[in-house]
Design a protein around this ligand. Structure first.
Ligand code: AMP
Length: 215
């Protein structure tokens, strides 16, 4: 099964994908995480991407799309994956469409996690991320068991620089301008499943896993 998670930054895509990865052993492929890894390693791609990421802008397609398509060629992604944060633009969606053209329609789903903008801004203000494994927590809603320490790998929990309010607001503008049109694109092909993302994490998880037939 191939799942594509759409939704504004902070709509809960990463949290839902991580839960599914853990429960069903599906590879969770987050272009944001891959890019953050490049940034922390100081690769040429990371150096170029950082400027865009710090400003809350999308990294250009010619950098992100080949990076993602290369990742999809790895063995673990042959039969199943969850894409979190890709596609974000129409050219990215078209490139993915070509890559998935041979797959039966019933194998892939596009889940659209919808959350109001103001909730996103509040959520981002409390969001914490493990520097080592990428586990996501929230200062008040779902804090780590031990302050500042990742529940999963004992890594250090930090804030993302792009979760600062002014950057989140810019990311929302970019989302509405460049990514939201994809919802209509997928609605036309009958692939979009709308999920109300403004509910308890476990309730949301149960709903979408049932709808796509993951048990
Ligand atoms: P995320 O972790 O998905 O919120 O992504 C963090 C940042 O990485 C975004 O604000 C973008 O700058 C960049 N990014 C992640 N995925 C993509 C993508 N598919 N296309 C362009 N930029 C991306």
């Amino acid at each position: 099964m191939y799942l594509i998670f759409l939704g504004a930054p902070g709509a809960g895509k990463g949290t839902q994908a991580a839960k599914a990865a853990e429960k069903f052993s599906i590879p969770h492929i987050s272009t944001g995480s891959i890019l953050r890894h490049h940034v922390s390693e100081g690769t040429p791609l990371g150096i170029e991407a950082k400027n865009y990421m710090d400003q809350g802008l999308n990294v250009p397609d010619h950098l992100v799309t080949p990076m993602l398509l290369t990742r999809l060629e790895e063995e673990d992604a042959r039969k199943q994956y969850i894409l979190d944060g890709f596609p974000r633009t129409l050219p990215q969606a078209e490139a993915l469409e070509v890559c998935m053209s041979g797959l039966p329609k019933e194998c892939w789903f596009v889940l659209n996690f919808r959350v109001p903008d103001e909730v996103i801004v509040t959520r981002a203000a409390g969001r914490l991320l493990c520097r080592r494994c990428g586990w996501i927590a929230h200062r008040t809603n779902s804090p780590p068991k031990k302050e500042g320490v990742c529940d999963r790998c004992q890594g250090e929990m930090t804030r993302r620089l792009d979760d600062e309010e002014h950057v989140v607001r810019e990311r929302l503008v970019v989302y509405h301008r460049e990514t939201e049109p994809l919802i209509e694109y997928y609605q036309k092909t009958g692939r979009e499943l709308l999920i109300d993302g403004y509910r308890d994490v476990d309730v949301i998880f149960e709903e979408w896993t049932k709808r796509v037939g993951l048990t």
